[in-house]
Write a protein that binds this ligand. Structure first.
Ligand SMILES: Nc1ncnc2c1ncn2[C@@H]1O[C@H](COP(=O)(O)OP(=O)(O)O)[C@@H](O)[C@H]1O
Ligand SMILES: [Mg+2]
Length: 292
């Protein structure tokens, strides 16, 4: 019987580090010998860029605009270590729904039984999560992804986007079944950033799967058009991504998060604002971090 790929979706606010993190997870999984597909679901269509030496690939929607019939193989490109790279694509600027690329691409692969045929171990969807609209909700709504993770920094806008995703998962949890695996905390360097994220996951009954520091190694690798796993395999940052990839690969227990209501999230943020101000003015010190 054909093997069933484990499907994982990674959501988060635009620019938060989804593609960087996802590409490094894919690269680390491929290093471990797994067959991986990275499925870019951001209309930016640059998800798989650092898996392909900085080269962009034609998207599913672009390819469909050019030809009437498209085979799955026509839109899959080889990346680092044999990773299968796909970009769903976006609408022509100014028209159409940004999520249409995902719907179209997912349907194409389903019809052609692509995942089964390629005998993939992992399919990782890299999805824009600012708005969980119809198209972007596909991986969770249709029960495609079994486990969802969100990339978030300690910035309010990023936490806000993650909380919105939790609301989406909450909404679809009965009908589809995609559940939250946890938060990938990105760009966590200052102690207060870790405290903020730790408190957010506590409030929403979820967990941090990995703390990923902001690192110049990532910047250097990206400038070379590569993942950190490829460009700096011996670096501490590459080991953080390997550790994250292992946790995601072996992850089995996902659950429905408890999103905060918008006013609750605002109040929660305001408390942290007061706390950070007190830290700055010296009223309290970091070692005395309080539970607020
Ligand atoms: N841990 C990190 N350390 C340094 N730079 C990072 C890190 N994570 C992301 N970045 C940088 O942030 C920018 C946005 O990341 P990207 O992965 O493209 O975001 P997204 O896919 O969420 O839009 C990129 O220039 C990337 O190199
Ligand atoms: Mg991206």
């Amino acid at each position: 019987m054909a093997k069933k790929a484990k499907q994982i979706a990674i959501y988060g606010k635009g620019g938060i580090g989804k593609s960087t993190t996802t590409s490094n997870i894919s690269a680390a999984l491929s290093e471990m010998g797994y067959k991986v597909m990275q499925f870019g679901c951001d209309p930016k269509s640059d998800s798989t860029n650092t898996l392909r030496n900085g080269k962009y690939i034609p998207t599913v929607l672009d390819t469909l605009r050019e030809r009437s019939t498209v085979k799955a193989q026509d839109v899959i490109y080889e990346g680092f270590n044999g990773i299968y790279c796909v970009e769903a694509g976006g609408p022509a600027p100014g028209v159409g729904c940004a999520g249409r690329g995902i719907i179209t691409a997912v349907e194409l692969f389903k019809q052609q039984k692509t995942f089964e045929e390629l005998e993939l171990d992992y399919v990782i969807y890299d999805v824009l999560g600012d708005v969980v609209c119809g198209g972007f909700a596909v991986p969770i709504r249709e029960g495609i992804a079994e486990h969802v993770f969100t990339v978030s920094s300690a910035d309010f806008m990023s936490v806000y986007a993650s909380n919105n995703l939790f609301k989406g998962i909450h909404k679809y949890s009965n009908s589809a079944g995609a559940l939250l695996g946890g938060v990938i905390a990105n760009s966590i360097n200052a102690p207060y950033a870790k405290e903020i994220i730790d408190d957010f996951v506590k409030q929403t009954h979820t967990q941090v799967v990995e703390y990923v520091p902001r690192s110049v190694t990532v910047t250097q690798s990206e400038l070379q058009g590569k993942t950190t796993i490829e460009a700096a395999p011996a670096s501490a940052q590459a080991d953080v991504y390997r550790s994250l990839a292992k946790k995601i690969a072996s992850h089995t227990e996902s659950k429905v998060p408890s999103p905060l209501a918008t006013n609750e999230l605002r109040e929660w943020a305001a408390k942290w604002g007061d706390y950070l101000l007190a830290l700055e003015t010296g009223t309290i010190r970091t070692e005395n971090a309080v539970n607020i």
